[in-house]
Ligand binder design. Structure first.
Ligand code: LAN
Length: 749
């Protein structure tokens, strides 16, 4: 079946620049197929950061490698040896903090923030590679090579497929898209990795069993036909705002993905047919491609992908759209109007983010939309392609796609807080590192609301911080809070400059105050604009709780903790509103406690994560183990989960099942730190279990001062896991530091 030779044997490009092939070769597009190598030379990779924008560069020129030496951070991210001297063994928690900071300081980027890989989801990289392929901007050979290496490394060791995320079982979403990605970057179909993956894909029924998003991408590529894609009508954008299901009410990630998808669906656009696409039509399916019943397989899906089965209501709506709406009512006038409005909304998103867009999914789709609309050479396409590079990351395994364009503001905020909790902010040893972090946060504060805020349905953001950087510019309630908390802490420390004046601090607080829902809780990017019932329209199949904003303990507690701190320093700013906010938030947090005493975490795994934030926030209003039954119950919950060795260990399965589940690999440093922070903040009276946990963290510290990567830490939409590699620094440091300041005379080892 597989005729094509491996690209390694037949290089089509050299060093990224296309070579001419014979005129008999009509497949112009394929000329640019990259030349794959076994591996790149890791010593040639460099991470650059400009204004918080990360890009990885491969220096092919020897002279350039001398001019731009590799930093510790580069080497660390790439998994290269750092050859650092052994630090004197820490004999107490504060020395362990110092050792940890000595290492972590080396990872601080020159602009003052921390970066890291932010992988986990396995459906992001395909979007970037497909967008580049269909817009005829194929990835350069060194990206292609490392993408191949990463995907090879991440293939399921047993069946050779890929999952929704790196720890998950093989799914059709992961397997069809990553198989296709490998082929697009130049891997031959007869490579053993591909043969194995294909066998699994076929065993699972072939690509017709893929979920909606995979069907969408494969159709854009021309491997499937539009009839197999459930309708994504841009007409929904024409609904008046008062209509309960109007898309502006959906969770921002869903509507920003739906938007470009609907544009391309409406255009029924497909990429130029190439040899490779024709080959993939033979490879991805069990049945003869020419005989596939496309329309009849719209709802065909493999059980592994069907985390959230479509409702009977949605299936009926889809049926009506396909059989009645599209053929009868979808007039040319309506189509043009809907496409024009969708296109304008896409432009607003691109302009507001300078083409980096909310996240890699819509960034890749918007790229294709601009190509379809503006043509190959357009600025919009070129800028998109440039910015897509900012979500790519190189690690020891190869090149992956980050969940966002970085973790800049978020991780920097936690690094500062860790140093503060250790009581080291005034120590001159750490001052340069802290000053640089403060300068970064100053630079990254968002100063204005977006242009046409109401027209493009954006939430206010003046004074806020985003999770990554200000270019992306999406305020999130807890990102504003954690960054502001860190700024206040530093600026109120003697000897630190006031880079952010009071007015800018008030701007941040004013934006934070917009986030409270009638219940007292906070959501992520916006206040909820519709109820959970909207999940009846969840068409993505692979995710749960994705259609609207929900109320999150992490977000609510972060705002609460920061407002409590703010109030101490500025008691007269919007006093009544802040007091009222705090009272209602505390009430909600208490109501959100589970009967077992823990809180369910939506963004970190899982009960341990949210319980830490909840206990910390209760402590910020003076509620601790001694005087609050909620804090006591939270502590008792954590203590009940402590393991024999003093650590905690929660598995991502807890996020899926809603029950505390232990990780099979035993105690985890990050989880242990989370639990300890909660206990110490809540002033848990018995020091022994806390000491045991602290000892575990100290024992796991390496002679270089670092901690090693353990199981994955983060999650979204209940089913998809995501890595937060800097958590293994910030949270253990914070736990050790809190212990050291709370019990300065206590001996642990
Ligand atoms: C994130 C990352 C950060 C995270 C926290 C700040 C930790 C959280 O407290 C609030 C929500 C937020 C901002 C968040 C939301 C969803 C994101 C953006 C992600 C988990 C990273 C990737 C994910 C995004 C949805 C991935 C793209 C997938 C789609 C389903 C569109």
């Amino acid at each position: 079946m597989m005729a094509r030779k491996q690209a390694t044997e037949a290089p089509a490009v050299s060093n990224g620049s296309p070579k001419k092939r014979s005129s008999a070769d009509s497949d112009d597009h394929d000329v640019k197929r990259p030349r794959l190598q076994e591996s790149t030379d890791k010593a040639r990779w460099r991470l650059s950061s400009e204004g918080g924008r990360h890009t990885w560069h491969y220096l092919e020129d020897d002279e350039a490698t001398k001019q731009w030496p590799q930093s510790y951070a580069d080497k660390y991210f790439l998994g290269m040896p750092l050859e650092l001297p052994e630090l004197p063994k820490a004999t107490n928690p504060l020395d362990a903090v110092r050792n940890g900071l000595t290492f972590f300081e080396k990872l601080q980027l020159p602009e003052g923030h921390w970066g890291c890989e932010y992988g986990g989801p396995m459906f992001l990289l395909p979007g970037v590679v497909i967008a580049r392929y269909v817009t005829k901007n194929p990835v350069p050979w060194y990206y292609a090579t490392e993408i191949k290496n990463y995907l090879f490394a991440r293939a399921n060791p047993v069946d050779g497929g890929w999952g929704l995320h790196i720890e998950g079982e093989s799914t059709m979403l992961g397997t069809t898209l990553n198989y296709t990605t490998l082929r697009l970057v130049g891997v031959g179909a007869d490579h053993p990795v591909m043969v194995k993956a294909r066998a699994t894909m076929h065993k699972m029924g072939g690509a017709i069993y893929a979920p909606h998003w995979a069907k969408f991408w494969l159709t854009v590529l021309g491997i499937m036909k539009w009839d197999i894609v459930n309708p994504v009508p841009p007409e929904l954008w024409l609904l008046p705002d008062w209509v309960p299901i109007a898309p502006w009410r959906w969770w921002i990630h869903m509507r920003q993905v739906f938007l470009p998808m609907s544009y391309l669906w409406s255009k029924k656009w497909q990429a130029e047919e190439t040899d490779l696409i024709r080959e993939l039509r033979n490879e991805l399916f069990v049945e003869d491609w020419n005989k596939i019943d496309w329309a009849g397989n719209r709802n065909t899906i493999h059980p592994n992908d069907n985390y959230h089965p479509k409702t009977a209501f949605l299936n009926t709506v889809n049926w009506l759209l396909v059989n009645i709406w599209n053929p009868v009512f979808r007039t040319k006038y309506l189509v043009e109007k809907a496409e024009a409005w969708a296109s304008e909304l896409i432009d607003m998103e691109d302009e507001n983010t300078d083409y980096s867009d909310l996240a890699p999914v819509n960034a890749a789709m918007n790229t294709v939309c601009c190509y379809v609309r503006d043509g190959p050479g357009a600025y919009s396409v070129r800028r998109h392609v440039e910015r897509l590079d900012e979500v790519l990351w190189v690690n020891a395994e190869g090149m992956l796609c980050n969940g966002t364009n970085g973790v800049q503001c978020w991780d920097t905020a936690f690094a500062i807080q860790a140093i503060m909790d250790a009581g080291l902010t005034e120590d001159p040893r750490w001052r340069p590192m802290l000053i640089k972090s403060l300068e970064f946060l100053e630079d990254q504060q968002i100063r204005e609301n977006v242009k046409d805020q109401d027209k493009c349905y954006r939430h206010p953001r003046k004074g806020a911080w985003a999770f990554s950087n200000k270019d992306q510019g999406y305020a999130v309630s807890d990102c504003v809070s954690e960054a502001l908390k860190s700024v206040i802490i530093l600026q109120k420390t003697p000897g630190f400059p006031t880079l952010i004046d009071d007015q800018r601090i008030f701007d941040a607080v004013d934006t934070m105050l917009t986030y409270q829902n009638p219940s007292g809780a906070c959501s992520s990017y916006e206040t909820p604009r519709a109820g959970q019932w909207m999940e009846v329209l969840n068409a993505a199949e692979v995710f749960g709780n994705i259609m609207v904003e929900y109320e999150y303990p992490e977000c609510t507690t972060a705002v609460l903790t920061t407002l409590s701190l703010f109030k101490k320093h500025w008691p007269n700013h919007r006093t009544a509103e802040i007091d009222n906010f705090i009272t209602r938030a505390v009430k909600w947090i208490k109501s959100n406690q589970k009967p077992h005493g823990g809180w369910y975490g939506n963004w970190g795994i899982c009960f341990t994560y949210a319980t830490m934030f909840a206990l910390e926030s209760l402590a910020s209003v003076g509620e601790t183990y001694e005087n609050s039954k909620y804090a006591k119950k939270g502590c008792d919950f954590l203590i009940a989960k402590q393991r024999e060795d003093g650590g905690w260990s929660e598995s991502y399965k807890a996020c899926e099942t809603g029950e505390y589940v232990e990780h099979p690999t035993g105690s985890q440093v990050v989880m242990t730190a989370w639990a300890l922070i909660g206990l110490i903040k809540a002033k848990y009276p018995d020091i022994e279990p806390i000491k045991k946990g602290i000892k575990l963290i100290m024992d796991r510290q390496q002679p270089s001062g670092e901690w090693l990567q353990e199981a994955i830490e983060g999650v979204f939409n209940k089913s998809c896991m995501i890595s937060y590699p800097n958590y293994k620094f910030s949270f253990p440091l914070k736990a050790l530091g809190l212990f050291a300041t709370r019990y300065p005379d206590e001996k642990v080892v």
